[in-house]
Design a protein. Sequence first.
Length: 704
Amino acid sequence: MRVSYVSNGRDRRFSTGGVRIVNVAFESLPDPGIEVIDPIERVRYSLFTDVPVEPTEADDSVFRFPIDDAATIECSTITLPTVAPVIVRDEAGEVLASTEHGSHEEIPKGTYSMELSVQLRIYLHVESEVTIASSTERTSIEFGEQTQIVLGGRSKHERPAATLTTTDDPTDVMQAVSAMSSSLKTTSPERSLPTLRGHPPSIELGEELSIPDGVEPPETGVRIELPPTYRHVYPAATLAYYLGAEMVPGETPRIVTDEGLDYDLDGPGGYEREVVRVLKRVFFLDCLTRTEGLYPVELHERDALEQAVELDFESLYDASLQTQLAAYLDVPYDAVEDLLPQWKLTTHVSPTAQSIETLPYLVNDLAVVRIAEPERVSASSVEETGMAAYTRGGAESAHGNTYVQVESDDALEQAWVGEETPIGVSKATAQAYRNRFDREPSTGDISITVVCNDDRMDSERDAVDEVYGSRANLPFEVTVERDLETDELAATLAEPTEFLHYVGHIDAEGFRCADGTLDAGELDEVGVEAFLLNACQSYDQGAKLIDAGAIGGITTLSDVINTGAVRIGSTVARLLNAGFPLRAALTIAKDESIVGSQYLVVGDGGLTIAQSESGTPLLGEITPVGDDEYEFTFAAYATTSGGMGGMFMPFIESNDEFYLNSGRTRSFRITESELAEFLELEDIPIRVSGELSWSGDVSVSDIS
């Protein structure tokens, strides 16, 4: 039996940050232990104890960092089910120890706070001696005797703290964009951490410019001067937000500061390219500079840069933002280019007034924003898939969509903002993001519904039924439905569920059922949050689910071969189950089938339905390089809640450094025994000789 406690916490505003909209919950475990739960993001983390514990309400004023809720327990040992970095601070906030795998720290009796770097922020406050030891599988914290421990939890979920209104006049839009940086919690280099940025205010189009009192950019002394056009304003929005800069009209694009910096943004490669280079360089160097402050960890990227560039990070950390900016821009871009994290998201934006409403959600992801010059694509070319085998086809194609293709870049994920239907990238909509903020808190099991409306597709139903809920440490509730009629399917779509995996037929009229067709456009409201509509021509129905309240999903543009659809569906299911966001899961799965190009995400592609065991979803790549030696590389996929600027530590025995959490790491040279040990840890997707597999499904002999 679980004993649960949720405190009477309240919404908080941190300095100028976003609004907390949900309390963290604490539930006792029978193992024994306690589980800390983020009921909006559906993220939970277990702390196992040496004796049964029951959480009681606690005073949260003991914590230096902002938290949502606190609880008190008593025990002598806490064991984490994973290896997690632990930062120990004294009463003055000074870091006494920072542990990772293989660590053993003994700290004499005193008053300490500890920060656990896991899927949500967890803090411990104790007056005790402390011993922290980490193996390859778990971390233990021992206090020597029965001790009172105050637990603090902070959700990574935030919603916009305010709504701005702007006209379609670009000069008004510039003022609205300037106000987005009001959500920054700090202007120090720590704003490169995702939890210290804050969600920008939402923006709506209206009759006049209206910015609520108190919603102002911080006084950083930085301005971005731009010609007042959408083509100039939109690409600089993320940079203005991150710098806390005021965006003002000017004849030529440039950054100016009160301390005399005058930096031309119309560089040799063009305006957009220069804006992106400045954003990436400043953000990256902030990530390095912050290691002189609250998070003094061994960061691989800093060690690598210091071999090529001389920067006084200690002095920079205490300098003003203007001084830091000038120093960063003095560093040649070529000196940092190869060390930059691969960017999480590039968005291709139509230069129209309507795009402004989606902009705050893109900026929240620190997205690169490019003005799209799309190439129109005919519907007939989209539908040509070489369907020589059985397909999940409808009768006729759902014509009427205008298709466009945009020039992609090297970001991990890509999206389109505009009226048209994109090819090869996801389609982001403001409505989907708004739906996310209407998400109901839940501390219950993760609900997944699998619907198979065609017996010939049972192979996919069986495969995904095995995948969902296979995570022993996460509570899933999986429901499987078959051969639903229209009223039954409508009822299923109305029922609250985190994820719907639909297998069947969809055509221009809607979902094909045993007794007819159900058009999602006829539904006033749906309870489905995320979905995979693994059927032909499902894009329009997916878009209608978003209109009815869903947050995001994976759809198809045309008919898809059944064998390819099964492969895509099974691969996506396993990636989602491992904590990958919708957009990242589809990006990886697309390479596994010839029909991959027919799939796209609609809505909020950053949505996750489960949490990664390590906090950051990882894709590994293993290459044999000789007798008893292998080359191992990781690609990290930042999530929306654990966004750009986070860190992770690959569990490789020879590694003692942290890495930024987006893109590929350096290659590790490991032995056969090290590889065998790694394959027994967290089950992650890995590519071996170009083929996608899973670490739990392969052995060293399969790779040699």
